[in-house]
Design a protein around this ligand. Structure first.
Ligand SMILES: *[C@@H]1O[C@H](CO)[C@@H](O)[C@H](O)[C@H]1NC(C)=O
Ligand SMILES: *[C@@H]1O[C@H](CO)[C@@H](O)[C@H](O)[C@H]1NC(C)=O
Ligand SMILES: *[C@@H]1O[C@H](CO)[C@@H](O)[C@H](O)[C@H]1NC(C)=O
Ligand SMILES: *[C@@H]1O[C@H](CO)[C@@H](O)[C@H](O)[C@H]1NC(C)=O
Ligand SMILES: *[C@@H]1O[C@H](CO)[C@@H](O)[C@H](O)[C@H]1NC(C)=O
Ligand SMILES: *[C@@H]1O[C@H](CO)[C@@H](O)[C@H](O)[C@H]1NC(C)=O
Ligand SMILES: *[C@@H]1O[C@H](CO)[C@@H](O)[C@H](O)[C@H]1NC(C)=O
Length: 348
């Protein structure tokens, strides 16, 4: 991934006109793009994705790549000029059309139903002060980054189990990945749609009304729609309820510190987000539908910028090849991409 950016930026930086006109890079000629296309295929076109790229109109794929390379270049120039805090790079989605890209999302919309209003009434809605920075990864509450795959809009399963994994680790001292495939296969009667998307709270509701989730190892991820198959023993029933957090990001920061990793919705279908590679995501144009589910695991402040920049640390489910080893940082304090609009966590 980094290799492609390097190659491309090197070529771009050799064009003097580009360096002068910082905001308007020239389109590189097609032979350069072809080269990048070939390198990209060597790295990413394999297995099932090969069929998509090979059978798709390769001219169209080429044109999409060309357009994307321009966006990446523009963004990285903006980043170099300190007008934006993040960079972009190519990844496995580089030649996708917009519909195909959306398989990386899968949060249908938001819904705020609580399992049991009587129980949740007593749950805290505001929290005591928290330290300036915090990272649940350093406290052993976060499992390794996983990959929802190329074809499955199952972000909601990853985001909801992330918060549950954190609560299980906090309460029982056992950090283990729980089954996302079980949510994909078995939570349909609760209102989810398998690889066609779902909700965080309906995933919690499923887990609540059934004997918990299998361990990932007992019901492994396949990234396709399957029939629900619960023939082995459940590891344990954990979930007793779940709750939503409302309020500003200061309260959310306190909640994260008091509770653990939190499942959140966000606007996550912008090109700049699909191809984010590092830094603090701060795309001011990020408005629209909340369509992606992720997991807040920490927060901090980058004091190398002036003024210092507050950010969230967020776990995504697009493999460790994406972003900062599978994570991203996003601006904290302005509800960037509605990251603080839809927040939920399970109670065990
Ligand atoms: C494209 O750019 C490369 C590298 O600058 C150059 O070698 C090649 O001749 C150019 N091709 C065309 C068609 O302009
Ligand atoms: C797709 O194309 C790549 C290179 O362009 C090739 O290596 C691969 O075998 C092709 N895959 C299929 C399934 O045709
Ligand atoms: C949870 O699931 C049950 C059983 O399907 C349903 O009756 C209830 O309305 C659901 N609750 C929420 C908040 O979705
Ligand atoms: C269900 O899972 C068990 C293993 O847990 C496996 O042996 C069995 O073949 C599966 N059944 C179906 C219908 O996939
Ligand atoms: C399920 O658990 C019971 C009792 O703990 C055990 O005897 C049985 O072998 C387990 N079955 C499977 C499929 O793991
Ligand atoms: C800036 O951040 C670094 C690392 O997080 C920390 O070591 C340093 O003390 C901070 N400096 C100031 C002035 O806050
Ligand atoms: C996103 O957040 C803004 C406030 O920051 C709010 O006005 C808007 O309704 C939210 N969008 C959605 C889809 O909830």
């Amino acid at each position: 991934m980094k290799f492609f950016v390097f190659t491309f930026m090197t070529i771009f930086c050799l064009l003097p006109a580009t360096i002068k006109a910082q905001n308007a890079p020239n389109t590189p000629n097609d032979s350069i793009i072809s080269n990048i296309f070939e390198q990209w295929k060597t790295k990413y076109v394999k297995g099932k994705t090969a069929n998509i790229v090979n059978s798709s109109n390769s001219n169209a794929a080429f044109e999409r790549l060309k357009k994307l390379l321009m966006s990446i270049s523009k963004q990285n120039i903006r980043n170099g000029a300190k007008k934006s805090l993040f960079k972009m790079a190519l990844n496995i989605r580089a030649t996708d059309d917009e519909t195909t890209r959306r398989k990386w999302n899968g949060l249908i919309s938001t819904s705020y139903g609580l399992i049991d209003q009587v129980q949740t009434k007593a749950l805290p809605m505001s929290f005591p002060p928290a330290p300036k920075s915090w990272d649940w990864r350093q406290q052993g509450l976060v499992t390794n980054v996983e990959d929802q795959g190329y074809y499955c809009g199952s972000c909601y399963a990853f985001a909801s189990s992330c918060a549950l994994e954190g609560q299980v680790a906090k309460k029982y001292g056992i950090l283990k990945s729980l089954s996302k495939q079980q949510i994909v296969d078995c939570s349909k009667p609760y209102g989810n749609f398998g690889c066609d998307g779902g909700y965080i709270d309906k995933s919690f509701n499923y887990t609540y009304r059934n004997p918990g989730l299998f361990a990932e190892a007992d019901y492994p991820y396949a990234g396709i729609d399957q029939n629900c198959n619960l023939t082995s023993n459940f590891s344990k029933s954990f979930l007793v309820n779940y709750n939503f957090i409302q309020g500003d990001e200061e309260n959310l920061k306190r909640a994260l510190y008091a509770i653990g990793p939190l499942s959140v919705g966000m606007i996550g279908s912008f090109e700049s987000f699909y191809f984010y590679s590092e830094g603090i995501y701060d795309d001011a144009t990020c408005t629209g539908k909340i369509d992606h589910a992720v997991c807040l695991v920490g927060y901090g402040t980058d004091n190398t910028t002036s003024p210092p920049t507050d950010y969230w640390i967020v776990k995504n489910s697009w493999s460790s090849d994406w972003g900062e080893n599978g994570y991203f940082r996003i601006l904290r304090g302005s509800n960037m991409c509605n990251i603080s609009t839809y927040v939920a966590y399970p109670i065990i």
